[in-house]
Ligand binder design. Structure first.
Ligand SMILES: NC(=O)c1ccc[n+]([C@@H]2O[C@H](COP(=O)([O-])OP(=O)(O)OC[C@H]3O[C@@H](n4cnc5c(N)ncnc54)[C@H](OP(=O)(O)O)[C@@H]3O)[C@@H](O)[C@H]2O)c1
Length: 318
């Protein structure tokens, strides 16, 4: 699998990384419905067998459960250890309410908890999951703490997720930002005009999330499937999986399917290949819930789309 250097780091990462959100399981506000832990562990191991060399998780995924599953898979994996990326700045209380927190002491505590759950000595990339949403919470003290954790060796590199350009600039005044993790797919291109070029100019690595729009672009969705998503699957409440957007998104998925058929691949792979062609993108984070799904999508980086196919796809998103 091809690799690229992530921003200013010494991490050579494969074009695709394993995304561990869905394997956090159900029982919290942003769960994906029922998920068997043994399937999750097998999915991670299958991705590593295929050559994937990094995993992206977050403390909040399954309220710690995803990090535990990653640790379980790593304990069983006999090959080279993959890089482990996780995220902070979202905590939860005893009633499972999720709270955005950029308090530096809280970030230090979160880091200690993630190290324990992941059973690693250091986190390869530690990312602020979301920027602050109110004026009492500030980027500067949070980013100072991230830089401190790096100096102390608890984390090797530091990055952010869901930040815009002014927010990146605020952090960059304090310490270099190794990477940005933005949403990016054929349905959501809002980071494309300004933020992705800024990252390229400033040597900030970009690992994009939801390249298949959380499953919607895999070609396995229909109106019926969307309507029957279980209540504890966050997608049942997401606008992209509901009308009026759903019909247009399914049309796009059909277009992906027709291109996939020509190339003897599947729609999800075409969606991933499209995000990887952006020169600012270092790699894509791809989620999968079992080994079969892994087999279906984790080799997508070798697909080269022609100009006509790219134009046809982008016509849906103009
Ligand atoms: N920083 C952030 O705020 C943020 C936000 C979102 C995601 N992320 C990261 O990015 C990762 C990837 O994003 P994502 O999980 O939202 O979405 P994604 O990679 O676009 O889609 C993953 C989903 O597609 C379906 N799928 C996967 N392989 C398939 C196959 N071969 N055939 C059919 N369906 C298949 C599975 O869901 P079903 O089988 O249930 O349909 C899977 O959970 C996450 O795991 C997480 O690490 C970060």
């Amino acid at each position: 699998m091809n690799k690229k250097k992530l921003g200013n780091s010494d991490l050579d990462i494969t074009n695709i990384g394993f995304g561990a959100w869905a394997i956090g399981g159900a029982g919290w506000d942003f769960g994906w419905g029922h998920q068997e832990d043994n399937e999750s562990v097998s999915a991670i191991i299958r991705a590593l067998e295929l050559g994937i060399n990094w995993i992206d998780t977050a403390a909040v995924y399954g309220l710690g459960h995803s990090e535990e599953i990653v640790a379980k898979a790593l304990s069983l994996w006999k090959g080279n250890k993959p890089y482990v990326f996780t995220k902070c700045a979202q905590v939860w209380d005893k009633d499972k309410n999720i709270i955005l927190s950029h308090d530096p002491d809280s970030i230090r505590k979160e880091c200690e908890s993630s190290l324990k759950r992941l059973k690693v000595d250091a986190i390869d990339l530690y990312q602020i999951h979301w920027p602050p949403r109110n004026n009492d919470d500030k980027i500067e003290p949070a980013w100072e703490m991230m830089a401190k954790l790096k100096t102390e060796g608890k984390v090797k590199w530091i990055g952010v997720s869901n930040f815009n350009v002014p927010q990146l600039q605020t952090a960059m005044k304090i310490a270099p930002v190794t990477s940005l993790q933005p949403p990016y797919n054929l349905i959501n291109r809002k980071y494309e005009p300004e933020i992705l070029p800024f990252c390229k100019e400033n040597n900030i690595g970009v690992i994009v999330y939801s390249p298949m729009s959380s499953g919607l672009l895999t070609g396995t969705f229909s109106k019926e499937r969307a309507a029957n998503l279980s209540e504890d699957d966050w997608r049942s409440r997401s606008a992209n999986f509901l009308e009026p957007k759903l019909s247009k998104n399914l049309e796009l998925a059909e277009k992906l399917k027709s291109i996939a058929k020509k190339l003897n691949r599947n729609a999800g792979e075409i969606a991933i290949a499209w995000v990887l062609k952006n020169p600012a993108v270092t790699a894509a984070i791809v989620g999968a819930r079992n080994p079969l799904q892994v087999n279906g999508v984790m080799n997508a980086a070798d697909i080269k789309l022609n100009n006509q196919d790219i134009q046809d796809l982008e016509a849906f998103t103009a």
